[in-house]
Design a protein around this ligand. Structure first.
Ligand SMILES: NC(=O)c1ccc[n+]([C@@H]2O[C@H](COP(=O)([O-])OP(=O)(O)OC[C@H]3O[C@@H](n4cnc5c(N)ncnc54)[C@H](O)[C@@H]3O)[C@@H](O)[C@H]2O)c1
Length: 321
């Protein structure tokens, strides 16, 4: 039973991870500033759930990772850190690159600097976006990652580099996990699956980019959490792993699958391909399989069933009486 600090613990992935750690008996301290990138009400609901699951084993500090004193305080008596706090999302980073760099790069450095002990394992939530323009699918960890297509991607690559430097200087076991488009209940509302589901359910125009052939390697959140926990438990040296579903789904297929589950036709608003977006993401997960014993277990259709079940329940609960 360990005491784990989860930064971004009130968010989508952080709350699922915290739930899993609490369920296996760990103590979790979540640190999160409840950033208004999306409605903080959703983050407070996540925290409420974690309080129910964890009782006294769950603690929460509403604080910013750029606040060195708050980080130092949070890191007291901690056995491991999972760093997920970040400004996420490719497109918004193009509009506000300086803030993305401040939180994702400076914030990561401030947090790393407050870790006293060299034995504390550190897991960093990186992103498939680091592969940018350079990679040919499937993406392998050794591929060149110095051609990011957005400030967000550049900030995640910078985070990996800061992790490497910390490992070199202070020997902490550090693992960078490159998540491939994560989905499931409580997904961020601006992410494609959630946003499209909302548009379909409310009869609103659905932004349909390009010819619908762009493809994503969607990864179910429970599988991502499994990978994070394995990385935490087996931490040694410095390592980078892809965590992806290794199957791709095109935009066209995604919309059709959502229409079927929500029971309504989408109203498409056709738009050109977006700057910063990559045409395809697809993970080679051989390394995570060999070294962490990890593979994604949830087929996309099954994960989408679970997302839609959660989404429709929430819609019903929030519908005006
Ligand atoms: N969801 C995905 O598909 C995906 C893919 C690749 C990488 N990632 C990475 O995984 C991590 C979690 O992503 P998510 O989808 O759960 O996003 P999320 O926005 O739901 O979670 C991030 C959390 O960090 C918090 N946060 C933001 N700035 C902060 C600050 N300055 N101090 C403290 N807390 C702060 C936010 O309030 C939020 O609760 C992020 O680092 C993201 O870059 C996510």
């Amino acid at each position: 039973m360990a005491r784990i600090l989860v930064t971004g613990g009130a968010g989508f992935i952080g709350s699922h991870l915290s739930e899993r750690l609490l369920a296996r008996g760990d103590t979790v301290l979540a640190i999160d500033n409840l950033d208004p990138f999306y409605d903080p009400k959703r983050k407070r609901e996540n925290l409420e759930l974690l309080r129910k699951v964890g009782g006294a084993r769950f603690g929460f500090a509403e604080a910013d990772i750029r606040d060195a004193r708050a980080c130092r305080e949070a890191l007291r008596s901690i056995d491991g850190v999972v760093h997920l706090a970040a400004l996420a999302g490719v497109r918004p980073s193009i509009a506000d690159p300086v803030r993305y760099m401040d939180v994702n790069v400076t914030g990561t450095q401030i947090l790393l600097q407050q870790i006293d002990s060299a034995s504390i394992p550190f897991v960093f939530g990186s992103s498939s976006s680091v592969y940018g323009a350079s990679a040919k699918a499937p993406f392998v960890e050794g591929d060149v990652t110095d051609q990011p297509l957005s400030p967000y991607a550049a900030s995640k690559k910078a985070g990996e580099l800061l992790c490497f430097a910390r490992r070199h200087l202070r020997s902490n076991p550090i693992t960078c996990l490159r998540f491939f488009t994560v989905f499931g209940p409580r997904q961020r509302p601006e992410m494609a699956i959630h946003r499209f589901a909302h548009c379909i359910a409310h009869g609103q125009p659905l932004p349909f980019f390009g010819d619908g052939s762009s493809s994503r390697d969607y990864t179910y959140v429970a599988d991502i959490v499994d990978g994070v926990v394995r990385a935490l438990d087996r931490a040694r040296g410095f390592a980078v792993y892809n965590l992806g579903g290794s199957q791709t789904t095109s935009l066209k297929q995604l919309v059709a699958m959502l229409e079927q589950r929500i029971g309504r036709k989408a109203m498409l608003r056709r738009m050109p391909d977006q700057p910063g977006d990559v045409p395809i993401t697809c993970a080679d997960v051989g390394r995570a399989g060999r070294e962490l014993g990890w593979q994604a277990k949830t087929p996309f259709a099954e994960g989408l069933d679970r997302f839609c079940e959660w989404f429709l329940q929430r819609e019903a609960a929030e519908a005006p009486a």
